[in-house]
Ligand binder design. Structure first.
Ligand SMILES: *[C@@H]1O[C@H](CO)[C@@H](O)[C@H](O)[C@H]1NC(C)=O
Ligand SMILES: *[C@@H]1O[C@H](CO)[C@@H](O)[C@H](O)[C@H]1NC(C)=O
Ligand SMILES: *[C@@H]1O[C@H](CO)[C@@H](O)[C@H](O)[C@H]1NC(C)=O
Ligand SMILES: *[C@@H]1O[C@H](CO)[C@@H](O)[C@H](O)[C@H]1NC(C)=O
Ligand SMILES: *[C@@H]1O[C@H](CO)[C@@H](O)[C@H](O)[C@H]1NC(C)=O
Ligand SMILES: *[C@@H]1O[C@H](CO)[C@@H](O)[C@H](O)[C@H]1NC(C)=O
Ligand SMILES: *[C@@H]1O[C@H](CO)[C@@H](O)[C@H](O)[C@H]1NC(C)=O
Ligand SMILES: *[C@@H]1O[C@H](CO)[C@@H](O)[C@H](O)[C@H]1NC(C)=O
Length: 430
């Protein structure tokens, strides 16, 4: 078998080459010259028309280690470096759009390594856009920079592999290697044996989603590995009361539920995903985690307060959307299913349950939880003044006396709700 298992190909490896030495030294000295170090790589993604992220060469990308302390080092390196290719190393917070643009188009750069030492505290840093999911935002909502530190490097097409190093010991080894062999005048680099890095994180995926899926299709691909996989997961939902007419057992009694024909839905939603430039390193996951805890606890409390179905005219739908980091794909799919009369699906219901389809117009109130983790006060956003929302806010303020609630009306931040709001605004125009 010539081709490796696709999963093996996905494991990023970073190798420190002690010397850029003549190949005739042979393999016996390999172990003395090479050292594996652990890092996490930037990976490639695509949408319908573009590719983003990074890939190494098929056999790995090699370059001379060069530590960057300030931006002028980059300009000097590109202008005066005499080795054939370099891999600059810089601290994570220096990885900005400006830095990346300095490196763009330079054929001397074969990779890039950033590091974050565990003791460095970065207070503000983000690879997302200043307005995440800009292309799928409701008109006008991106007039505000919701994520002001955003560099938007997540949506950048790197020409080289990019790795993140977080192990202090290993970084020190790279630094020592650099100081021993490479920390000399750039114009002497061509004649010296230098300390290099090899970055291995090759991505088969290229160009855009249609191209990539076509190449993954069995009739074009006789190999066992796939070129790319769709990004995807599942949305998760549940309801406070049964969605349809049913008989359910509560303890030892059978209870008959007859859902009113004018039943309205209150949606309590949250996203379940976060993303990152680096494979598996997702500090933004603190957001879905805190949202999920709040949403689950709310459903638990509601079930305790309202243990049985009575003649209510409102039900509560608890929804976790997955895939929201990528163009709101989870909520878009959910909305699509609703409009296609596919929600709820018969397979989602109990055998005894008969339910009507639920449409976006059956939602009377949509509450989305987001970014609950790090704030001391609660910020509420509503797109437009509305009686039901006003009542809800009044009650929220009444019962949450010891929480400081700030109200921002007129425009909403990036949220799954934008997916639903867009369709509602289309109806209003019709
Ligand atoms: C893909 O992303 C790029 C850059 O954000 C954008 O210009 C383009 O419109 C997107 N394509 C699709 C099909 O959404
Ligand atoms: C950083 O890592 C070292 C070694 O693993 C550890 O001793 C130290 O406490 C860590 N520092 C912080 C701020 O986490
Ligand atoms: C850092 O790297 C060293 C050397 O490879 C290794 O022994 C150590 O366990 C690593 N530390 C962590 C926290 O992974
Ligand atoms: C390279 O050497 C200079 C002076 O000789 C020193 O100031 C600098 O810190 C060294 N670079 C690194 C990355 O240690
Ligand atoms: C369906 O209804 C029957 C009685 O009509 C009951 O015995 C059974 O437990 C119900 N099934 C579920 C899943 O609630
Ligand atoms: C149903 O269970 C309750 C306690 O859980 C008990 O008091 C009651 O007698 C039971 N009813 C029947 C019909 O078994
Ligand atoms: C839900 O919305 C659909 C389409 O607007 C409407 O026909 C239906 O009567 C509504 N159902 C309820 C329970 O209000
Ligand atoms: C549920 O029961 C009510 C009252 O019996 C009835 O009007 C309604 O049509 C039923 N709905 C479904 C989906 O069967």
């Amino acid at each position: 078998m010539k081709d490796k298992d696709p999963f093996l190909m996905l494991i990023p490896t970073l190798i420190l080459l002690f010397l850029n030495i003549n190949l005739s030294y042979g393999s016996r000295t390999r172990d003395r010259m090479y050292q594996d170090i652990t890092g996490t790589g930037c990976f490639r993604r695509m949408n319908g028309t573009h590719q983003f992220g990074c890939s190494s060469d098929r056999r790995g990308s090699t370059g001379v280690v060069y530590f960057i302390e300030n931006p002028s080092d980059i300009t000097n390196l590109i202008k005066e470096g005499t080795a054939s290719s370099y891999i600059p190393i810089l601290s994570l917070e220096k990885l900005t759009k400006e830095t990346v643009n300095l490196l763009r188009g330079s054929n001397k750069i074969s990779g890039l390594v950033v590091y974050k030492l565990n003791e460095t505290e970065i207070t503000e840093y983000s690879h997302e856009d200043t307005c995440p999911n800009r292309n799928f935002a409701l008109e006008g909502t991106c007039d505000t920079d919701w994520n002001s530190p955003g560099t938007n490097l997540l949506n950048y097409d790197f020409e080289y592999p990019l790795f993140l190093l977080t192990n202090n010991t290993e970084l020190e080894e790279v630094r020592t290697c650099f100081n021993t062999f490479n920390n000399v005048s750039l114009n002497r680099h061509y004649e010296l044996s230098l300390c290099s890095l090899e970055l291995n994180f090759f991505m088969y995926a290229v160009i855009d989603t249609p191209t990539c899926l076509r190449r993954s299709a069995p009739r074009f691909n006789f190999n066992t590995h796939r070129v790319c996989d769709p990004i995807g997961s599942v949305n998760i939902w549940s309801s406070l009361f049964p969605i349809g007419n049913s008989t359910i057992n509560f303890g030892n009694t059978t209870h008959t539920v007859n859902v009113r024909s004018d039943m309205k839905q209150i949606v309590l939603a949250s996203r379940l995903d976060a993303t990152s430039l680096f494979f598996g390193k997702v500090p933004g996951a603190v957001n879905p985690v805190t949202n999920a805890v709040t949403l689950l606890y709310t459903s638990y409390l509601l079930k305790q307060m309202l243990p049985q179905y009575k003649d209510y005219d409102k039900n509560v739908l608890f929804i976790f959307f997955t895939g929201e980091s990528y163009d709101y794909s989870g909520s878009q799919r959910f909305l699509y299913d609703m409009e296609e009369k596919q929600f709820p699906m018969v397979s989602d219901l109990n055998p005894n349950e008969t339910a009507l389809n639920i449409f976006p117009s059956n939602i009377s109130l949509f509450i989305e939880l987001n970014q609950l983790g790090l704030s001391e006060s609660l910020n509420t956003f509503m797109q437009e003044e509305n009686t039901e929302l006003r009542n809800f806010l009044t009650l929220l303020k009444k019962y949450a006396k010891d929480i400081n609630i700030n109200e921002y009306n007129g425009h909403i931040p990036p949220a799954s709700f934008q997916t639903f709001l867009k369709i509602i605004l289309i109806w209003l125009e019709l």
